[in-house]
Design a protein around this ligand. Structure first.
Ligand code: ADP
Length: 234
């Protein structure tokens, strides 16, 4: 469709510009980080008086560098591609959960698992973990007052191709049809300070590179379910 065409042209253009800009931003960030450390040392004991300001500076510099890293990942996914291995998706989920456990505990979110997939997927482990972390962190953001996160796997065929599904669902705030329509668009975010709007578009890129698909269903006030389908590793 025309819209897909516009989006892919937009992506290509963003990719080229972004990679250049991101590299340029990295250097001044490193200089700022280094000099901040020097100032702290020169101030010695007095640095304590500006503790809050130092923390703010650290945090904001960290935030910029995170955004730059995400942009680079988004603009040049090939440079981040690792080697492909066969994985049982349930093992990857088990490895991923500890990375986000503190967030889940803090938000009082209960995790439910249903591991039924027997097939393996061919994917870079770190990338699959990254996708899962993106989806789980979004689920946490959607459940500020707690709730339940369900992680389910099952074998499934799509259009005659053998594969499997990883479903990540939450009982959070959900999305309106307008939000659903734009959720995977690069830079679409409803989180002013915290969001980059890149999590889902990066996830989509990573999954479709392995011949998979990612889709979403949601109802405002009820919750959201992301479904990843990946072809079986042969
Ligand atoms: P970011 O999290 O930085 O905003 P994403 O691409 O990961 O970027 O998500 C884009 C938007 O999609 C979010 O800002 C949010 O509005 C919506 N969204 C994603 N996941 C969920 C979810 N589980 N529940 C409700 N809304 C969600």
């Amino acid at each position: 469709t025309t819209r897909q065409l516009i989006v892919s042209e937009k992506l290509a253009a963003i990719g080229e510009i972004t990679a250049g800009v991101a590299h340029e931003i990295n250097n001044p960030i490193a200089v700022m980080q280094g000099n901040l450390e020097v100032v702290r040392q020169v101030m010695g004991d007095r640095a304590d008086e500006a503790r809050t300001e130092f923390r703010l500076l650290d945090e904001q510099i960290h935030r910029i560098s995170q955004i730059v890293t995400k942009l680079l990942q988004f603009a040049k996914p090939e440079e981040y591609a690792g080697f492909l291995e066969r994985h049982a998706p349930t093992d990857v989920i088990s490895d991923t959960l500890p990375l986000v456990q503190h967030l889940l505990n803090k938000a009082e979110i209960v995790v439910m698992r249903e591991d039924r997939a027997t097939r393996l997927v061919l994917m870079n482990r770190t990338e699959l973990q990254q996708v899962l972390v993106n989806l789980i962190v979004n689920a946490v953001h959607a459940m500020p007052d707690g709730g339940s996160l369900s992680l389910a796997t099952r074998d499934e065929e799509q259009d005659g191709d053998k594969g499997l599904v990883i479903a990540v669902s939450d009982t959070g705030v959900g999305m309106t049809p307008e939000m659903l329509d734009r959720a995977f668009d690069p830079f679409f975010t409803t989180k002013r300070q915290e969001g980059t709007g890149l999590g889902l578009s990066i996830s989509q890129t990573l999954i479709s590179r392995q011949g998979g698909k990612i889709s979403v269903e949601s109802r405002p006030g009820e919750g959201t379910c992301f479904t990843i389908w990946l072809p079986e590793a042969r």
